[in-house]
Design a protein around this ligand. Structure first.
Ligand code: ROI
Length: 169
């Protein structure tokens, strides 16, 4: 089993419910266990500002799926929750599921970049991720999560919301 961290984000169609539904779907994935989820966080959109605030969280999974099989599953969940893939880059979305970390794998191909390419600059990813990881946690490329958090610009709009109930049935 590999330890995997998934970033969840939504800013359309009741974002909290989108994340609740996505966590329930992650808990049902084949050959996969949902281990823990961070609190939900609200923040202003990074990128185009003429869109609603985002709700974000991070989930810790253990899986026997390959990275690309997991990506297929995540994209199927996004589509089942109304994600439109043709929409503008950095525009609003009902659900975004990103593989942030996949064990100690480093992947760079046309479908996947792991560790996630933008995570080091995104407080709405690093802050919930840090809730789930030990203080000395390091990424596959050797970077310490604590260093990334220190170097990341502070987001004054980031607000911690509630912690979701883990739904594993
Ligand atoms: N901004 C925030 N705050 N949260 C996100 O999840 C998010 N996702 C995105 C863009 C549009 C870049 N901005 C975001 O894809």
């Amino acid at each position: 089993m590999e330890a995997v961290y998934i970033g969840l984000g939504s800013n359309l169609a009741e974002p909290v419910q989108q994340l609740d539904a996505a966590l329930a779907a992650l808990a049902q994935l084949p050959s996969t266990r949902l281990i823990a989820t961070s609190a939900y966080y609200s923040s202003a959109p990074l990128g185009p500002s003429d869109q609603p605030r985002f709700t974000n969280a991070v989930a810790h999974l253990e899986t026997n799926l390959t990275p690309h099989a997991l990506l297929d599953q995540l994209q199927a969940i996004e589509l089942s929750q109304g994600r439109q893939r043709n929409s503008e880059r950095w525009g609003p979305r009902t659900l975004d599921l990103d593989i942030l970390l996949f064990g100690k794998c480093i992947i760079n191909d046309e479908r996947l970049r792991v560790p996630h390419y933008h995570m080091h600059a995104r407080p709405f990813v690093l802050v919930p991720l840090a809730e789930l990881c030990p203080a000395d946690f390091s990424l596959a490329d050797g970077r310490l999560l604590a260093d990334l958090l220190r170097q990341c610009p502070v987001d004054p709009t980031l607000q911690r919301l509630h912690t979701p109930q883990l739904c594993t049935t």
